[in-house]
Design a protein around this ligand. Structure first.
Ligand code: IMP
Ligand code: MG
Length: 179
């Protein structure tokens, strides 16, 4: 385990199991219909890359980036669109892939944006869910696993751009971000 971590919360083995489980759920729901997978940069990329390997419908990928926490550990509620997707989504089935849902601000904003652009359907998939922190009510269709209110890193999730490369998800020691 990385020395900046308190504990490992989701092991590599558990991650691979939950990715397959979510992909199966998506495959069932889409029933062969084409899907546009929108990956929210940067944190969702390891999860999304693993997930798409198990999807069995025709898949397209696109990327979106919104403003992140930067060097803080809580969301401001103000979401800034840094990079938009590159296509018209009218009539398409869209799956938003996110690393973690916390306040819900980010996903609420992106989902509303895609609905306004007349997508055929907009689904949300998140690796991790911190339900105790929810401020905005947003329906999440696929959840990897719920976690307690702890700041976590690894498997794409960062603190100050670090730890994204860890192959598991772990709780960051408070001493790393408080002084
Ligand atoms: P929300 O808008 O408050 O739901 O925040 C979602 C975003 O906050 C995620 O996409 C993450 O980038 C970031 N985030 C929330 N909790 C954590 C965490 O525990 N570790 C790392 N990033 C987090
Ligand atoms: Mg982030």
């Amino acid at each position: 385990m990385h020395r900046d971590l308190e504990q490992i919360l989701v092991t590599e083995r558990k991650l691979s199991q939950l990715v397959k489980r979510i992909a199966n759920e998506i495959n069932k729901d889409l029933n062969g219909e084409p899907l546009l997978v929108v990956i929210i940069l940067k944190g969702s990329t390891p999860f999304a890359m693993d997930l798409i390997k198990h999807l069995d419908m025709p898949v397209e990928m696109d990327f979106m980036q919104v403003s992140s926490y930067g060097k803080s550990t809580s969301s401001s509620g103000f979401i800034n669109l840094k990079k938009d997707i590159e296509q018209d989504i009218t009539g398409k089935n869209v799956l938003i892939v996110e690393d973690i849902i916390d306040s819900g601000n980010t996903l609420y904003k992106i989902k509303t944006l895609f609905q306004d652009r007349n997508a055929k359907s907009v689904r949300i998939c998140t690796l991790l869910d911190k339900p105790s922190r929810r401020v905005v009510d947003v329906k999440v269709d696929y959840v990897g696993t719920e976690i307690p209110d702890e700041f976590v890193v690894g498997y794409g999730l960062d603190y100050n751009e670090q730890y994204r490369n860890l192959p598991y998800v772990g709780v960051l020691k408070k001493s790393v971000y408080t002084n």
